[in-house]
Design a protein around this ligand. Structure first.
Ligand SMILES: [Cu+2]
Length: 170
């Protein structure tokens, strides 16, 4: 009788242990599923984006050409940190038309908006053209780390020195 009882409790113990392991597995699975749902949930993703947009933007200025009509960007090296919000203020103080062309960089960022005059453009932007005296604001969040080339795509301008580098790095 006593032996039977011991054997039974041993079996019971093994059964409980197996159950516990199963419960643990199910719990982990549920947690993973929930996490997946949170990330896939557009409402929660929107909240995360909203938090990001509440970040004050770090303002950085770049001049396309200068008042002496020199063909260069000032500065010709820009650095951004991924996940931060920036306001890039572009000006063209020269008497020539210039481009801000950095297509790979543009692919590596999330553009919130580009504002010029009373017009706000939302969505992806690849290139900006600034006529003499023009100003534009580009608000974005860098996403993809890397070193990117910047140039002005007006014929002859890149060759004359109108080029630069943009780094996205931690
Ligand atoms: Cu140019």
């Amino acid at each position: 009788m006593k032996a039977l009882f011991t054997e039974n409790s041993e079996n019971l113990y093994l059964l409980l242990a197996a159950r516990l392991q199963l419960v643990r597995k199910i719990t982990v699975l549920c947690l993973l599923l929930c996490l997946g749902l949170i990330i896939a949930n557009p409402a929660i993703a929107a909240n995360l984006a909203e938090d990001l947009l509440k970040q004050p933007a770090t303002e950085i200025k770049i001049s396309l050409g200068n008042s002496a009509n020199e063909l260069k960007f000032e500065p010709d090296h820009l650095e951004f940190v991924p996940g931060k919000r920036y306001l890039l203020r572009l000006t063209n103080p020269s008497q020539l038309k210039h481009y801000f062309t950095a297509k790979d960089f543009a692919d590596g960022i999330w553009t919130q908006k580009v504002q010029a005059g009373k017009v706000e453009v939302k969505g992806a932007i690849h290139e900006l053209e600034l006529k003499p005296g023009a100003e534009a604001e580009w608000v974005f969040v860098p996403m993809k780390q890397g070193n990117y080339n910047l140039h002005c795509s007006i014929p002859g301008h890149t060759k004359a020195g109108m080029k630069g580098e943009i780094a996205i790095a931690n």
